[in-house]
Design a protein around this ligand. Structure first.
Ligand code: GLC
Length: 397
């Protein structure tokens, strides 16, 4: 069955949810369209992959934040306009697939207006204190009333949705899947990357994540402050305006006298080369991480990731076998793991190999894309669309 899918995403900045959608949309590009509620780098990435994109500017909707209270008139008006426009585009599609919370809000109204089935790909752990009561309530009501299916990126994400009143019959777990990057023969080798960074011959720990308070870069810096000679690479930018946190982080590094050991690389396109050049990869989120694609990327690069045990992360890592878990915000526990691994090369090699196998076996991009496509097909069939309704009436008659 060919499902004409209208993917809807509010943001045009490349975060984890956008990378996942890029892979899905690319694989069904002949029958799909991606609608973005703003213009930006994601449009370029999609178009570069041969995916058709439309921008529906949603203005005031973008001012709504995770913790926002009741929306004002301007926001509601922008929402209504965007939903009508998306509804008009949906007339040529079998299913709307909303990829974010704001996309759910717009997509739910558009789906209702046009009687188009709706699937919500849920990439967030929707719980206080990270989201406001109103935010959570709106998500749950709209998902229960308007979505045919909710795809959660981890069991933890699904459980939080159900705890908040989400309909358990609608929610299915599909883990993200990522392709092992084929080694680009033109890419610099690890030693060359190291040399270019001026880090030849020293132990290096990398963190590959946007700069944000809840991503916990400060926990890694704190842990490394007790590990003389260890350098820290922070790869990622303050993508969603967390510049105040970046300033605090830089001050923290200065106050610990670590400016020569902590390297802020900003947002980079050569992530796999950088991952290959570090000894260890740490993901120190302080709030429940719904999935964390960076952990799978680390595993595919042949690194057993060291991550805080929260949200969906323990579903991805078996501590001591293919990675290491430590309690969120516990810099001392992280320091102890690193201290142990720095002198345990055999163990590092063993867990790294197990990590690579684990990611290949359980988190392949092919399995991810085919599971999502199957859910899109089921969603498209779960309620008659306008044309399908006609057809079934004919059959019944
Ligand atoms: C969101 C989540 C992240 C997850 C990604 C892909 O960005 O915060 O944990 O890896 O979506 O599902």
């Amino acid at each position: 069955m060919t499902v004409r899918t209208l993917f809807l995403n509010h943001s045009a900045t490349m975060g984890g949810a956008e990378f996942g959608l890029l892979d899905i949309a690319r694989s069904v590009r002949d029958t799909s369209l991606v609608v973005l509620l703003e213009d930006g780098p994601f449009r370029e990435r999609l178009e570069g992959a041969g995916v058709a994109v439309r921008i529906v500017e949603a203005g005031a909707i973008h001012r709504v934040r995770r913790g926002s209270r009741a929306p004002g008139i301007a926001t509601l008006a922008a929402l209504w306009r965007a939903a009508r426009e998306v509804g008009a585009i949906a007339a040529d599609h079998d299913v709307i697939a909303a990829n974010s919370q704001k996309a759910l809000v717009v997509g739910a109204v558009a789906a209702r207006l046009t009687r188009t089935p709706l699937l919500w790909h849920l990439h967030d752990i929707i719980e206080a204190p990270y989201f406001s009561r109103l935010n959570i309530k709106a998500d749950v009501v709209l998902a229960n009333q308007c979505a045919n299916r909710v795809i959660a990126v981890s069991r933890a994400t699904a459980d939080a949705f159900v705890r908040q009143g989400g309909d358990p019959a609608k929610v299915h777990v599909v883990y993200n899947g990522i392709d092992a990057h084929p080694d680009d023969p033109a890419a610099p080798n690890a030693a060359a990357t190291r040399a270019a960074l001026g880090l030849a011959g020293v132990p290096v720990v990398g963190c590959f994540s946007r700069i944000a308070q809840w991503k916990g870069q400060h926990v890694l810096v704190q842990a490394a402050s007790d590990l003389p000679g260890v350098h820290v690479l922070l790869v990622g930018g303050a993508l969603f305006g967390e510049h105040a946190y970046e300033r605090t982080l830089r001050d923290f590094v200065r106050s610990l006298g670590m400016t020569d050991r902590v390297h802020f690389l900003g947002q980079r396109d050569d992530v796999s080369a950088l991952m290959r050049c570090v000894d260890f990869i740490v993901h120190p989120s302080t709030a429940p991480e719904p999935f964390a694609r960076t952990l799978i990327e680390a595993m595919l690069t042949g690194r057993a990731p060291i991550a805080s045990a929260c949200g969906g992360v323990p579903e991805l890592i078996e501590s001591g076998t293919n990675g290491y878990l430590f309690p969120p915000s516990d810099a001392e526990a992280l320091r102890d793991i690193l201290r142990h691994l720095l002198v345990s090369p055999d163990e590092v090699q063993r867990t790294a190999e197990a990590a690579r196998q684990h990611a290949r076996r359980h988190f392949s991009q092919a399995a991810f894309v085919s599971a999502i496509t199957a859910h899109l097909e089921s969603a498209a069939m779960s309620r008659p669309t306008r044309r399908a309704a006609h057809r079934s009436e004919e059959v019944v008659a």
